[in-house]
Structure formats: structure tokens, C-alpha cells
Design a protein around this ligand. Structure first.
Ligand code: NAP
Length: 262
């Protein structure tokens, strides 16, 4: 299952059911669970005690779910947050596949970030995973953070303590902008500074939809040439989660275009 709030928009069930169909897995189901901060612990524990084996964690629970884990893989530990849980000998093990999925999707889309100036919008769970994957890559990247709450951006920068990550400066010119905030989920107008687009960066919204997201519309309306949504990343992070649960790496080619027309 996938647990979050909101959860209705999630396309993870379609993706995992498609993966399972490649292997004729019997007894496979993947559901959406709506949770609340106050009930998250109980909801996760009762999912596993009722026979659940694998759980994805989405907005806004990636940090809270981390504190519930008994063990972690290297990436979850590096990020202090988790998007994938597995039960192993009665213990909850936390993994983080978001950053891996994001980098896989950049490769699929042939987005080269070597020597890039990257701006990350947001400083939450997915921002941390993406920063972590950029830092773990062998490429030279400079990362700037712009977040609604300045102190949370500072916390993220202090968390990594790496000279490659700094706070956004309005004089910077960017090659790649990654929106890790949920602003596309809202009906409010986007109020980001337009000068972040001055270098015609490639833009990438982690939010996804069958149609252009609000952030994509905003970026295109200000002259950007390329702006993707996060469906490709969702598929790729799901591929890694599926492997963690089932030991199988499903085929993902053409799935993004299939999901857009379902
Ligand atoms: P999160 O941990 O709750 O972090 C959200 C971040 O966005 C925080 O930095 C928060 O700023 C900022 N934010 C929240 N509401 C905002 C608003 N109205 N205006 C400006 N900034 C706002 O969430 P997350 O787990 O990182 O997820 C963020 C988004 O990424 C969601 O839309 C989620 O669906 C998407 N996502 C997609 C994938 C994928 O595979 N495509 C994977 C992971 C996440 P403050 O510090 O000020 O609170």
C-alpha cells in the first residue's frame, strides 16, 4: 500500500499492479491508505500486523515514518527519511528510493546534470532524497535551496554540511530547477520569483498529473522550453521499491506514456 495525506491523486497502485502483472504474482494487491498525523503509527503497525508486507510513504509522512523503523538501509539513513517500508523478521525496515528514482528518470530523459547549477524548491522529505542522490552521484553539481520556511532550508543545508549545497541567491543562474513542493496540488496562484527562470533552465515538478501541472504551466508561461512532471520519477522509485519487496526488477519502458492515456 501507499500511505499519505492527501492520497487520492496517487498513481502508485496502477504502477505496482502493472509490475505484478509482469510476473503473474498471485495474492498481490496494492492500496491507498489515507492517514492522519495522530494515527500514522497505528495505521502503519496495523497494516503490517494484518499481513501487509510492503508500504510506500508519501507526503507528509516521510520523516515521521522514519522514526518508526527498527532498521534502515544506507540511503534512508543518509536522508533521515523513508518512502519505502518492508517487514523483515517482525521488524520494520526503512528504505528511501525517491532520489534513486529521480536520477534514473533524469537519465531516461537524457537530462545531463554534470557541472549544473541546480535549484531545489522545497526542503522536505523528497528534497533531502534528491540532494542526497546528487551528492552521491559522481557528477559535479552545485545545489541551491529555496523554501517557504527559511529555517527548514537552513536545517537541510546543515543536515548535509556539504559546500555543494547553499541557500538560493537571486543572482544565481540555474540549469535545472526541481520543484519538490506540493504547490501544484493547490488551486492558489504560484508566487515564485520569475528571475529563477532567467537562464531557461530545464524544470522538473515532482508532482504529476495526466495533464500539465500548475508548476509546468507556470514555467512554460514564463518562457521555459522544457518542463517535466514527476510521473517518470514515480515509476522509477516504484521500480526500486518493487525490487525491495519482491527481489524483481520490472520492465518500465513505455509505462509513462501508457499511464497518461489510461
Ligand atoms: P514534505 O516533506 O511535506 O515537504 C514539502 C515541502 O514543500 C516543504 O519544504 C514545505 O515548506 C514546502 N511547501 C509545502 N506547502 C507549500 C506551499 N503551499 N507553498 C510553498 N511551499 C510549500 O513533502 P514531500 O514528501 O517532500 O513531497 C513534496 C511533493 O513531492 C508532493 O507533491 C509529493 O506528491 C511529491 N513527490 C513526488 C514523488 C514522485 O515520485 N514523483 C516522490 C516524492 C514526492 P515548509 O518547510 O515551509 O513547510
Amino acid at each position: 500500500a501507499v500511505i499519505g495525506n492527501p492520497i487520492e491523486h496517487s498513481m502508485s497502485p496502477e504502477i505496482h499492479e502493472y509490475f505484478a502483472s509482469q510476473y503473474n504474482l498471485t495474492n498481490f494487491s496494492y492500496k491507498k491508505i489515507l492517514s492522519e498525523k495522530a494515527t500514522l503509527d497505528d495505521d502503519i503497525r496495523s497494516f503490517f500486523s494484518n499481513g501487509g508486507t510492503g508500504l510506500n510513504i508519501t507526503i507528509p509522512f516521510k520523516f515521521s515514518a522514519y522514526s518508526l523503523c527498527n532498521r534502515f538501509d544506507k540511503t534512508a539513513k543518509q536522508c533521515g527519511s523513508t518512502n519505502t517500508l518492508k517487514i523483515d523478521e517482525g521488524e520494520i525496515v526503512g528504505y528511501n528510493t525517491d532520489g534513486l528514482g529521480f536520477i534514473d528518470d533524469l537519465e531516461i530523459k537524457k537530462i545531463n546534470f554534470t557541472n549544473s547549477n541546480v535549484l531545489i524548491l522545497g526542503a522536505g522529505g523528497s528534497a533531502i532524497s534528491i540532494c542526497n542522490s546528487f551528492l552521491n552521484s559522481s557528477q559535479d553539481v552545485k545545489i541551491s535551496i529555496l523554501n517557504r520556511t527559511r529555517s527548514n532550508a537552513d536545517n537541510l543545508i546543515n543536515f548535509f554540511k556539504d559546500s555543494k549545497i547553499e541557500i538560493h541567491n537571486h543572482k544565481n543562474e540555474y540549469d535545472l530547477i526541481v520543484n519538490t513542493t506540493p504547490i501544484s496540488m493547490s488551486s492558489e496562484q504560484i508566487s515564485l520569483p520569475k528571475d529563477i527562470l532567467s537562464n531557461n533552465p530545464i524544470c522538473y515538478d515532482l508532482f504529476y498529473s495526466k495533464h500539465r501541472t500548475l508548476f509546468q504551466k507556470w514555467a512554460y508561461s514564463h518562457g521555459v522550453d522544457q518542463c517535466y512532471d514527476g510521473l517518470g520519477m514515480l515509476i522509477q522509485q516504484a521500480k526500486h521499491s518493487f525490487f525491495i519487496w519482491n527481489g524483481l526488477t520490472p520492465e518500465t519502458s513505455n509505462l509513462e506514456s501508457k499511464l497518461r492515456i489510461i
